[in-house]
Design a protein around this ligand. Sequence first.
Ligand SMILES: Cc1cc2nc3c(=O)[nH]c(=O)nc-3n(C[C@H](O)[C@H](O)[C@H](O)COP(=O)(O)OP(=O)(O)OC[C@H]3O[C@@H](n4cnc5c(N)ncnc54)[C@H](O)[C@@H]3O)c2cc1C
Length: 386
Amino acid sequence: MTRTGRAGPAAGRVNTPGTTDVLVVGAGLAGLHTATLLARLGHDVLLVERRATLTAPIRTTGIFVRRTLDDFPLPAECLGPPIRRVVLYPPGLRRPVSLVSTRDEYRVADMGPLYVAAAHAAVDAGVRLALGTRYVGRRDGCFILAGPDGPAGVRARYVVGADGARSRVARDLGLDRNHHLLVGAEEVFEIPAGDEPPTFHCVLDPSLAPGYLAWVVNDGRHAHVGVAGYPDRYRDGLRRALHRFAASAPGLPVTGRPGEVERRGGPIPVGGVLRRIGCPDGLLVGDAAGAVSPLTAGGLDPCLRLSGIAATVLDEALRSGRPDPLAHYEGAALRARFRGRLTLRRALAQVRTPAAAAAAFTLLRTPPGRAAARRILFGDGSFPAP
Ligand SMILES: Cc1cc2nc3c(=O)[nH]c(=O)nc-3n(C[C@H](O)[C@H](O)[C@H](O)COP(=O)(O)OP(=O)(O)OC[C@H]3O[C@@H](n4cnc5c(N)ncnc54)[C@H](O)[C@@H]3O)c2cc1C
């Protein structure tokens, strides 16, 4: 096992290559989890992240579903109160459909502290974490990084692309890339405790969220007010749509929105897990692999689960000294298990007018419609096991 110093000691030229077993690019949840698992298995891991801090900017609401909360030990102090109630609204917000689960279904994480806790766990496991360090490409068998001290080359047995929806690693490895993307934006602010139970409000209105939903998550501590949809269908832009929604969004306290809000946003791949996500030189995890539910656009559970599979495959490859196990790391089989959700995504994408959304609510108000919504929102579906 190799142990080397920091990547990128001097400016102006590409420095003498360092070496590592695995270079992980991107310290979102997928990269942090993959790196930690590999380091715990005894491998030398260099994790590089272009942001100088893990607490900003944040690109997720941070809603964790019950299956994730059951299966992964997330730090309790980073999790908001449990949410059991979902209210679905048509355009105009009249006659919403309210669904209440008998179980705790969701918790919204305080993502800044959660990323920091995950980074501490990674470093404790032995991961070398380099913040403010961007992966810029691959040259002569070396991975080139641009860090605070200038460019540096790193030789790695394997590279992991955990670099998000528009993965540069995927491009350099010649793997599949995400083309089917939503974009989302939200505002987050603290709110005073109110009388309403913690609630997830979802508005199906294609003028605000073309092909997806506008949302308010109010867990009694924070409010997240957001919209997401297909970028080419926003007539006056995503930010304006968010502004319009925030002006009349349901489920917010009468005190309204404070002057200071945190802004979040980013692309969301919804085309399903990509087919080619591994090759003899490395693999993709998280959004880079398209591991996001095409219907709900939830990617936190899939990224944790796929990272576990990736770490197992890389461990086998490193122990055997051969890349053969990476041949079995492919998305086609996982993708097939998403067929139902991909069909529902196509159906949601077809809701192009407020009239179509209102018609969908006619179905939703029937007993079978409510039962279907409960299955999607409160079901046990998760990222498929391989
Ligand atoms: C607005 C919004 C709200 C969402 N809300 C939810 C939700 O509530 N629940 C849910 O389950 N899912 C949600 N999702 C989806 C979910 O957040 C993602 O699927 C998940 O965070 C993906 O994690 P990741 O680690 O794969 O990617 P990311 O979190 O995007 O991490 C990728 C990292 O790679 C870094 N990086 C990129 N390129 C380079 C480079 N060249 N060199 C070095 N570093 C690089 C980036 O800076 C970033 O830190 C949401 C997405 C959006 C956009």
